[in-house]
Design a protein around this ligand. Structure first.
Ligand SMILES: C[S@@+](CC[C@H](N)C(=O)[O-])C[C@H]1O[C@@H](n2cnc3c(N)ncnc32)[C@H](O)[C@@H]1O
Length: 272
């Protein structure tokens, strides 16, 4: 079953809206912002002439990049989903950044940009969704200039845990969400191998943990956004899914919720 992020053009408006809302909510969340800023802080933005955000979605990270680079830097956001690029353009306009970012619909496995054309290539929670992550990494290696940097940030979604109650019911629901929205839940564990094959050096590695105990914002919103699409995709039956999701809401209200997931940033360098 393909990850819905690979097939947004075939999803209904309701699913696209749920995905767009999720991406914006998540991208503005303090814990998620901290992880982004930690790896942004490791990159040398001074003198950047061209930066690309591959799989930019609604542009929540691309807009944050505009704070890091000078106005002379060309900032590009690209995504496979035309529907999300439209949202990105609207949000960029509303943020007063219309002239600063150029958006385009493009497949991160095969863009139209020239070899060696970017100082920094960003892929923020993209590689876990792309069909053929090796092809995408090879494309990032082609796009970066010699000595340029590639930041791959994503969830190690195979480590995703939600719920403190019945472990089997929790695992069934989490598996259904992963089947529906994460095509490559193990890919970050293969990144050292994939990077070596793409001719990239690991210049930095930042392990992160996002966990919530008692109350929830991040994982509760994840359930709200993805349980419906999981039912629609046939990954779980509606009654089981709704019962489980309601149980998580009750746990959150009662202060007994639990959720956690590892996130990693790989900072890869293209050799000179
Ligand atoms: C979880 S979203 C992340 C969006 C954004 N980077 C963020 O952090 O908010 C994954 C994105 O990857 C995009 N995507 C999936 N496969 C792609 C591909 N082959 N080429 C370009 N974008 C792709 C989806 O359309 C979606 O916007």
């Amino acid at each position: 079953m393909p990850d819905i992020y690979q097939t947004l053009d075939q999803q209904g408006a309701e699913t696209v809206r749920a995905v767009a809302d999720r991406l914006e909510f998540r991208g503005e969340m303090a814990d998620f912002v901290k992880m982004r800023e930690r790896y942004f802080d490791q990159l040398d933005w001074a003198g950047c002439r061209r930066v690309v955000d591959l799989g930019c979605g609604t542009g929540v990270v691309t807009r944050a990049l505009a704070d890091r680079v000078g106005v002379e830097c060309e900032l590009v956001g690209s995504d496979l989903a035309a529907e999300l690029i439209k949202v990105a353009e609207e949000k960029t306009q509303a943020a007063g950044l219309a002239g600063r970012i150029r958006y385009e619909v493009a497949d991160s496995r095969k863009t139209r940009d020239a070899d060696d054309s970017f100082d920094i290539v960003i892929a923020h929670t993209v590689i876990s969704h792309v069909a053929d992550p090796a092809a995408m990494l090879a494309e990032t290696a082609r796009l970066a200039r010699p000595g340029g940097m590639i930041a791959i940030f994503d969830g190690d979604y195979a480590s995703l845990t939600i719920g403190a109650g019945d472990p089997e019911a929790n695992a069934e629901a989490v598996d259904a969400i992963l089947q529906t929205v994460v095509g490559n839940p193990f890919v970050l564990r293969h990144l050292p191998f994939l990077a070596r094959n793409a001719g990239l050096e690991i210049a930095g590695f930042i392990p992160e943990l996002l966990a919530e105990a008692g109350e929830t914002a991040f994982f509760g919103n994840m359930i709200d956004a993805y349980i419906g699409p999981s039912i629609q995709a046939g990954a779980i039956d509606a009654q089981t899914a709704e019962h489980w999701a309601e149980g998580q809401k009750t746990a959150a209200r009662e202060g007994t919720f639990f959720g956690s997931c590892n996130y990693y940033t790989y900072l890869l360098r293209k050799p000179e």
